[in-house]
Every structure is written in C-alpha cells, then in structure tokens.
Ligand binder design. Structure first.
Ligand SMILES: [Zn+2]
Ligand SMILES: [Zn+2]
Length: 252
C-alpha cells in the first residue's frame, strides 16, 4: 500500500464514459454493441465452477458451462488512458451473466478481459453465441459514449492515514475508466496482486446508475445501459505491473 501522503501521488486520471442508448458500430468504442472478434478465435465460455444455486431468474446454475456476453469495447485511439500492452489497440470486456460465488457476501458476474490488435482481425465473427442462461439484470443495451476527463482522489477507504483530503476531488459514482472506486460500505479488501504483490488499480467501473451533477441526484434516464449490479458498480481492477496478472472483480 502506498503510504505517501503527497496529494499528487493520489491523484489519478479518470474518464467518465457517460453511456447513452445508441447504435454503435463494430469499429466504435461502446458498451453493449457489436464487438470486433476474429471468426476463427474460439468465443470464451465460463466453466461454471463458481456459479451459485441462487440465481434470481436462473435458479441453480452450478456447473453450467456458459458463453460470455460482450459488454464493453474500447479502442486505444479513443481511450489511450487504458494500460494497453504493446502491440494492442483494442480492449474488450466480456461478462458471464450469471451469479458467481462471492469473496464476501454478495454475488456478481464474472469477467474476461481481452487486449487485442485490431489490425490483425480480417474475418469478423458475425455474432457471439447466445449464453445458455443469463440474469437479465446483467445484460447491456447498446450505448454510445461521450467521455469527459477528470482527476480523482480516493475515498476515505483507500486514503492514507494522515491525509488532509480537504482539497481532494470527488470520486465519480458513474461508469468510468480509471480513477478510484466509490465504496458504499465495505472497503477495498485484498488488493494485492497474487502474482507479484503490487496494489491493483481500478481499470473500469460499470455502474448501475449514471448520476448527473450534483452527485446523488438521479436523472430520469439514470440507467441508460439497463444493467444492475446490486444498485452499485461492477468494479474491475488490474495489476499495474502486468494486465495479464489476475484481475479482481467486485460489486459494491
Ligand atoms: Zn459464469
Ligand atoms: Zn501483478
């Protein structure tokens, strides 16, 4: 854990994505739209070993092998803030839309991260396979994005002891790249990368609600994407040393 109390050490760039329903193309950055996937590359499936017997709409799905669903696609030209490995220019996030065993006391979908070189994709998969089972609350409708850039400081849950926090910026409670997670009740828990020990950093926060200014004011179209992560966010953290090290996912 970083114990430096210098404010600059805790300021992180963040990109609020401001999703709204639309018709994104396969060559666009988007949520819930068509993804650029090579026709000859197998589509990822969840092996079901961490599925639960308590699905809202699906009941017992323990052991059910399930196709992931395409959730997010972001190009490097639009979002250079993402930690693209050398030789890649396209980030894709897939979701297994069932409930998985929790680390603590709630359930969330599982995720798969893909970092790809879009220029090598010539033959495109027409459509991903349909999942065998899904919770409707975990599906996204196609949305286009209107990004805005900000700097965020952590909430008290991740701030260093002794930090004054008086001039610190707010943590956005909305879908975003980077920045810091908004914690309602719990805290970050085990953030150390099991591979190398680095403190993992927030890659992406997918929120149930998009909040307008001021924060905590719900707009009429407060759920543009349509998904629901326990009324909060599905947060994904990656290792700052290597995005291929184990990711942490948590709904809060
Ligand atoms: Zn699954
Ligand atoms: Zn690591």
């Amino acid at each position: 854990m970083n114990t430096n109390t210098n404010d600059d050490a805790w300021a992180r760039p963040s990109v609020r994505l401001h999703p709204r329903p639309g018709t994104p193309a396969i060559t666009d950055s988007h949520i819930g739209g068509p993804v650029l996937w090579p026709r000859d590359e197998p589509w990822p499936h969840c092996d079901g070993t961490t599925h639960t017997d308590q699905g809202f709409d699906t009941g017992d799905t323990r052991g059910v092998r399930n196709a992931f669903t395409a959730a997010v696609q972001l190009y490097r030209r639009d979002y250079p803030e993402l930690p693209f490995p050398d030789g890649t220019d396209l980030f894709q996030l897939l979701i297994c839309p069932l409930f998985h065993e929790p680390d603590v006391n709630t359930f969330w979908p599982d995720v798969r991260l893909v970092w790809r070189d879009s220029t090598t994709v010539t033959e495109v998969l027409a459509a991903p396979p349909t999942p065998a089972a899904f919770e409707p609350m975990h599906l996204a409708r196609p949305c286009v994005l209107s990004p805005c850039r900000r700097v965020e400081h952590p909430t008290v849950h991740e701030a260093p002891e002794g930090a004054s926090r008086s001039d610190w910026s707010e943590v956005a409670v909305s879908t975003k790249i980077g920045g810091w997670a908004f914690w309602y009740a719990s805290g970050p828990g085990d953030m150390e990368c099991p591979e190398c020990g680095a403190y993992r950093e927030l890659l992406l926060a997918l929120h149930t609600y998009e909040r307008a200014e001021p924060e905590f004011c719900f707009e009429p179209e407060a759920r543009p994407v349509g998904w629901d992560f326990n009324d909060g966010a599905l947060n994904v953290w990656v290792c700052p040393e290597n995005v291929h090290h184990p990711v942490k996912v948590m709904s809060e």
